[in-house]
Design a protein around this ligand. Structure first.
Ligand code: DGT
Ligand code: CA
Ligand code: CA
Ligand code: ZN
Length: 581
């Protein structure tokens, strides 16, 4: 495969090929040291700060655990997107067997046995074999294991083809950058769910306006394409390594606005908008807005289309047909929060519990990002695995934070804790300890399977504790991995409102918890929100971007979010300091 301008693979894609080689070697039962070397190589590449493809052999070998052979393979993968050893291994094991290996609970030995004994080569084969009871008969398997496989397959089905927003955005951005190189005069943008900022995204939709026809050729030649699904003059679809599907649509400059609007969606928003056009006897589609004689009314810009329909331009995050058309008609669209409105971050961890950086490092990184205050909120003692803090250590940690804060100009470090909410709703730390802090985030981390009544009672009990200021990541969901816990959101929100407790939008891209609709409900009922990163390392402070997107999807303005306030006002707004609280 050759592109006119070859773009080398990014680090993530290279790491993925290395991991696949390791997996194939595992299937083969190859030398464990060799396998470990590839896995280590994948880690090193994935975490490298610079683009691996730009390094020469010596540069690569300067890294720990990268020898001559591995360095050669990495360069081969970076430049060609593939590797001889992988091709060779794939003659023994089909690529679809790697999907089987990614099923929760299936190790390489089991997969190799399934391949050998039952000729299983794909997920379809695996499902068939499990459903017909052929797996239980194998050595070391049994009915229970078979049942677990079926459940894992079901789970996968539910999540199939979806990706977390951060990764989807990253892949879409690289594609857009690549296409721009090939069509410098064109306008190229990611549309669809990535532009709307939904917490998970299906396929990636890319729109190019004013590019010539060869752009679809460049698109299908993108490095890292696994399969071309369709290739015409104005549209093309590809499947990328890593499971992303991407669609490109090319339009003329005068169709740009209409296409941008149409392909941004959502489908529900588009249908409601088209109804508005139909009311006037007009037609709206991806080519433009037309009168009954097919004469164009609008289409060059999104604004022109909305305006012609009597509407203000609607930010993409709101386009879900959740009342935005009515608001746009009556001048009632909210003024949405921006990332630059955030002044503080109230949830982060250090090496005192399970964070990877010291207090000092986290503070410096927050200052460098332009924040004015942070709260250090390490875990409490019941999270033994995270080295959670007991009362004594919590207070020592608080003293350290306050002492550091005194030495800083124009920056405040608040002494806090992320206190675990125990299964019965009581706090993991004593009342005296919690009261002595500047801020307390209370979160559920265990017994997530409780039924709705118990979980609701548990969270409300925490909300009623006088020293709890913020409820962290309410539902404990892990996107595409673990469902939200069952909790009566309305009752929780009402309790938060009654007690003056704020609710967190946790910005970790695998959480985004509260989700957009819960956060909107909270705001509608007058509950204040905070947008936190829950950072465990400095890079994660950047996750605020995803939390802000979720907040915008929840219709939040600056005034709805406490950590847009300057520090003094922020502190006065905390439950513990509120007059009459
Ligand atoms: P995804 O891919 O599941 O994360 O969600 P989207 O919103 O990116 O959906 P996708 O890729 O199926 O389609 C992209 C946009 O194209 C969608 O947001 C709105 C528009 N669209 C797709 N199908 C229809 C349709 O049947 N009617 C209308 N009016 N618009 C559609
Ligand atoms: Ca899409
Ligand atoms: Ca699509
Ligand atoms: Zn937590």
């Amino acid at each position: 495969m050759t592109a006119n301008l070859p773009t080398p693979l990014d680090n993530r894609a290279i790491a993925r090929v290395l991991t696949e080689i390791a997996m194939l070697l595992e299937l083969k039962g190859d030398n464990p040291f060799k396998i470990r070397a590839y896995r280590n190589g994948a880690d090193v590449v994935a975490n490298a700060a610079e683009a691996v493809a730009s390094l020469d052999d010596a540069g690569l070998r300067a890294w720990p655990g990268i020898g001559k052979d591995l360095a050669g393979r990495i360069r081969e993968i970076a430049l060609t997107g593939d590797c001889g050893i992988k091709r060779e291994l794939l003659t023994e094991f089909p690529a679809t067997l790697l999907d089987v290996m990614r099923i929760q609970g299936l190790g390489p030995k089991t997969v190799a046995m399934l391949h050998k004994e039952l000729r299983i080569t794909s997920l379809e084969d695996l499902a068939l074999a499990a459903r017909s009871g052929r797996i239980r008969a194998l050595k070391g398997m049994g009915a229970k294991k078979e049942e677990l496989i079926l459940r894992a397959l079901e789970e996968r089905q539910r999540h199939a083809g979806r990706h977390k927003l951060d990764r989807a955005t990253e892949v879409a951005d690289s594609l857009v950058a690549y296409l721009k190189q090939h069509a410098p005069g064109a306008e190229v943008a990611a549309v669809g769910s990535v532009r709307r900022g939904t917490d998970t995204c299906g396929d990636l939709d890319i729109l190019a306006a004013g590019a010539d026809r060869s752009l679809t050729d460049a698109f299908v030649a993108y490095p890292g394409v696994e399969r071309v699904l369709g290739h015409g003059d104005t549209k093309a679809s590809i499947l990328l390594q890593g499971g992303f599907q991407a669609d490109l649509r090319c339009v003329t400059p005068d169709q740009r606005g209409a296409a941008l609007q149409y392909f941004t969606g959502s489908k529900a928003h588009n249908i409601a908008l088209r109804d508005k056009a139909l009311e006037r006897g007009w037609k709206l589609n991806e080519y433009g807005l037309f009168d009954p004689k097919e004469q164009p009314i609008a289409g060059t810009t999104e604004e022109s289309i909305y305006r012609a329909l009597g509407l203000a331009w609607i930010p993409p995050e709101l386009r879900e047909n959740r009342g935005e058309l009515e608001a746009a008609a009556s001048g009632a669209l909210p003024s949405l929060i921006e990332r630059s409105d955030l002044r503080g971050d109230l949830h982060m961890h250090t090496t005192e519990s399970d964070g990877r950086e010291s207090l000092e490092t986290m503070v410096r990184a927050a200052q460098e990002r332009g924040l004015e205050y942070i709260a250090i909120t390490d875990h409490s003692k019941s999270l033994a695995m995270a080295n959670g803090l007991d009362e004594t250590r919590t207070l020592e940690n608080a003293a350290k934070a306050r002492a550091l804060s005194k030495t800083l100009k124009g920056f405040t470090v608040l002494a806090g804790v992320e206190c675990d909410i125990l299964p019965d709703g009581s706090m993991d730390l004593s009342d005296d300890c919690l009261e002595a802090l500047d801020i307390v985030v209370a979160s559920v981390h265990s017994a997530l399977q409780q039924d709705e009544a118990d979980m609701t009672k548990r969270v409300i009990k925490a909300i009623e504790h006088p020293s709890v200021d913020i409820i962290g990541h309410l539902t404990g969901r892990m996107l595409l991995r673990r469902d939200a816990s069952r909790v009566n959101i309305e009752k929780v929100i009402d309790a938060a409102k009654a007690n003056g407790v704020a609710m967190e939008i946790n910005s970790q891209p695998h959480r985004l918890d509260l989700c957009d609709s819960h956060a909107r409900l909270a705001r509608d009922r007058g509950v204040k929100l905070v947008i936190d990163t829950d950072a465990h390392e400095i890079h994660a402070l950047g996750y605020a971007r995803w939390g802000v997107l979720t907040a915008r999807r929840a219709w939040l303005g600056k005034d709805d979010v406490l950590n847009t306030l300057p520090v003094a006002a922020f502190r006065r707004a905390l439950r513990r300091n509120r007059v009459g609280a």
